[in-house]
Design a protein around this ligand. Structure first.
Ligand code: SAM
Length: 275
């Protein structure tokens, strides 16, 4: 992975999120919000917990944490996303900032949560190191990522259609593998390497109920970053074939797709114990 231009990848992701902040909500909220309860439980977020929602997007997790009585802060590197979050959840502290260089002092939080952010970071290990730094001893981190495309069918259908009809090797800024942390062992390994203990990795059942057979293509094309770039790089006639195949597959599945995720969590060791 060391030969990747991670600055170019970061720029690519940042430009993408700046452009789709409003559309992301319309496309993905219905499915990304389904993991929030399990994510907050894994990070042990309750009344009074100081929790940081990293890569907060439109602020769903920070808002749910606030509803539990926690003191939530949200951070995202896209100013457009931060604006979206502030507009949707007035009264919550949302700020612009990078997961890989958190603008907070050491030991500032009791919990950190990242819902579908890790797969977008160029340097996810750095994000975990930063999480470890700003958590207090005994504090807990939890993140979700999508399960592999054979299980999270929204991705499997789109990537399969591109592979069969077009080309997955198109010139977009290369980044770390999108499904890297879908492997529970890899999630466990990076959490351990960042210094976390009491690591748990589980699966969450999620289902994407799409409003129409065309919705999957439309959401990926207009409301995502890497998958949209893959689609946009296909030739127009090929793109039509890809769209037809995606539509037919979604129709075959009754507009309802399994979209499980992987939830990983760990604790910052207390000095002398590993609570
Ligand atoms: C898939 S969205 C997840 C949004 C939200 N957490 C949710 O539950 O739907 C990914 C978010 O990560 C943000 N992001 C990507 N890379 C980031 C980075 N290095 N630092 C902070 N935010 C980042 C994007 O701007 C985007 O809002």
């Amino acid at each position: 992975m060391s030969n990747l231009d991670l600055n170019a990848f970061r720029q690519f992701e940042h430009d993408g999120w700046q452009q789709i902040a409003a559309r992301y909500h319309a496309g993905f909220a219905a499915v990304t919000t389904q993991s929030i309860t399990a994510l907050l439980d894994a990070a042990r977020v309750t009344q009074g917990t100081r929790v940081l929602d990293v890569a907060c997007g439109p602020g769903y997790v920070a808002s749910a944490a606030t509803a539990r009585g926690a003191v939530a802060t949200g951070i995202d590197f896209s100013s457009e996303m931060v604006e979206e979050a502030c507009g949707r959840h007035p009264g919550i502290d949302f700020r612009e900032g990078d997961a890989e260089a958190l603008p907070f002092l050491d030991s500032s939080f009791d919990a950190i949560v990242t819902n579908f952010g890790m797969l977008h970071f160029g340097r996810p290990e750095k994000a975990l190191e930063e999480g470890h730094r700003v958590l207090r001893p005994g504090g807990r981190i939890a993140f979700t990522v999508w399960d592999t495309p054979d299980k999270a069918r929204g991705f499997g259908i789109v990537l399969g259609a591109i592979q069969r009809n077009g080309n997955l090797n198109v010139p977009i800024a290369p980044g770390p593998p999108f499904f890297r942390f879908s492997d529970p062992e890899e999630s466990r390994r990076v959490l351990t390497a960042a210094g976390f203990v009491n690591i748990a990795v589980t699966h969450i059942t999620q289902t994407w109920l799409l409003p129409s057979p065309d919705a999957l293509f439309d959401v990926m094309y207009h409301g995502s970053v890497r998958n949209a770039a893959l689609l946009r790089a296909q030739k127009p006639d090929i793109l039509e074939k890809i769209r037809d195949e995606i539509r037919a597959e979604v129709e075959r599945m009754g507009n309802e797709l399994p979209m499980p995720s992987v939830l990983a969590s760990g604790t910052v060791a207390n000095s002398g114990s590993d609570v």
